[in-house]
Ligand binder design. Structure first.
Ligand SMILES: Nc1ncnc2c1ncn2[C@@H]1O[C@H](COP(=O)(O)OP(=O)(O)OP(=O)(O)O)[C@@H](O)[C@H]1O
Ligand SMILES: [Mg+2]
Length: 363
């Protein structure tokens, strides 16, 4: 992929989602390209779903990221903002939005079952990630939303989260759980239903009562949630939403990137780009070096090192070739290993900007 295409990826789209296996550099390269987008004049917000606070570190803003986007101090024609998903706060905001009355919202938020699922359950986090993305997408302060996903194979589950929510709302068991409220009856009458008694034996009577109470309080919000889920799903599959895979040139990471590519293709999504991160930079040839001033023995060592680095770079190219050569070609951009990222935490933002610019220039 040429630099022009990377720049186009940033300027022509509304959402870019980064995915890849653990530790390959998703957070770093997402932040680097987001910063480069700001240099191209875009108002970019980068969101991390990863609670490990790596984005805050990468941007050099300490632990200050929250659910509300904050502006990063960057001198650029555009703007760079960053935010970290807080599942619970996002869920609470949704409950408030769709509750017919503030009292109903308070009742749901105080429910023990709600408190358990809203912060911790993994399916909830995935749906809230999609929800938050949708919110930022509709926020007039931003032209581009860059998403950094967590290091799990399930990271792309949020693609199907809206559909799962809709299926759940339409499920007969859910209908049974909310039925007495429809008929103006109490929680207790639901608990006498045979199927519900069976569940009670498995999860315990108190837990079940909390659950039933929750769904009854949830009544009236479900159609709003259903419509919203459809709108969120539309954005995830929009033509202006792009998916970027991140990998290092090691075979195991490349294998994982292939897994993510397959996951996307199952959803009829073709990844826009593969970022090959931490690749060996290709150093200059020895005729450019002033060999006169180097002792013969040192020169021999340097040439040996250089040859070694070249072999390493060739091997990395070959590993990537396997990926590129797979059935559908994905454009590749290389992000070189940057010692500055490790050495100089004070200059992280500056280093990220140069890494972003390098990625956009690379062929
Ligand atoms: N191009 C690079 N050159 C040098 N170091 C890098 C580069 N890219 C990332 N790193 C370093 O590698 C480590 C992992 O990077 P990062 O946190 O971005 O990966 P990640 O894929 O987001 O990880 P996780 O899966 O844990 O979320 C960090 O210490 C980061 O500074
Ligand atoms: Mg990360």
């Amino acid at each position: 992929m040429s630099g022009i295409q990377v720049n186009q990826l940033l300027t022509d789209n509304r959402v870019i989602i980064f995915a890849g296996s653990g530790g390959v550099g998703k957070t770093t390269t997402a932040a680097a390209l987001a910063a480069h987008g700001a240099q191209l004049g875009k108002r970019v917000v980068v969101i991390t779903i990863d609670p490990a606070k790596r984005l805050a570190d990468a941007l050099g803003v300490g632990g200050t990221l929250s659910n509300e986007p904050s502006r990063i101090d960057l001198s650029a024609p555009g703007e760079l903002w960053a935010t970290m998903l807080d599942t619970r706060t996002t869920f609470d905001a949704l409950i408030h939005r769709y509750s017919p009355t503030p009292e109903q919202a308070t009742r749901i938020i105080a429910n023990r079952f709600y408190q358990n699922i809203s912060g911790a359950l993994s399916g909830t986090q995935e749906y809230m990630a999609a929800e938050k993305l949708y919110d930022l997408y509709n926020d007039s302060r931003f032209d581009l939303v860059v998403v950094d996903t967590p290091p799990t194979r399930q990271a792309l589950n949020f693609l199907s989260a809206p559909a799962r929510l809709t299926r759940f709302i339409e499920h007969p068991l859910y209908r049974i759980l909310i039925a007495p409220a429809n008929a103006g009856m109490k929680v207790i009458s639901t608990l006498t239903q045979p199927v519900v008694r069976l569940i009670s034996k498995v999860i315990g009577a108190q837990a079940l009562e909390d659950t039933v109470e929750f769904f009854q309080a949830f009544q009236g919000l479900d159609s709003g949630f259903g419509e919203r889920a459809a709108a969120v799903e539309k954005v995830l599959h929009d033509t202006l939403t792009q998916y970027v895979l991140v990998s290092t040139p090691q075979p195991d990471a490349i294998g994982e990137a292939q897994f993510f590519a397959d996951t996307l293709r199952k959803q009829n999504i073709q990844p826009a780009l593969l970022v090959l991160n931490r690749v060996q930079p290709r150093f200059t040839n020895n005729e450019l070096v002033d060999t006169q001033s180097i002792a013969a023995k040192d020169l021999a060592l340097l040439q040996e090192n250089l040859a070694h680095f070249h072999r390493l770079a060739d091997a990395q190219d070959e590993a990537a070739q396997i990926f590129i050569g797979s059935e559908t070609q994905i454009p590749v951009v290389r992000a070189p290993f940057s010692a500055a990222l490790l050495d100089d935490p004070e200059k992280t933002l500056e280093t990220l900007c140069s890494l972003g610019a390098l990625m956009a220039r690379a062929d």
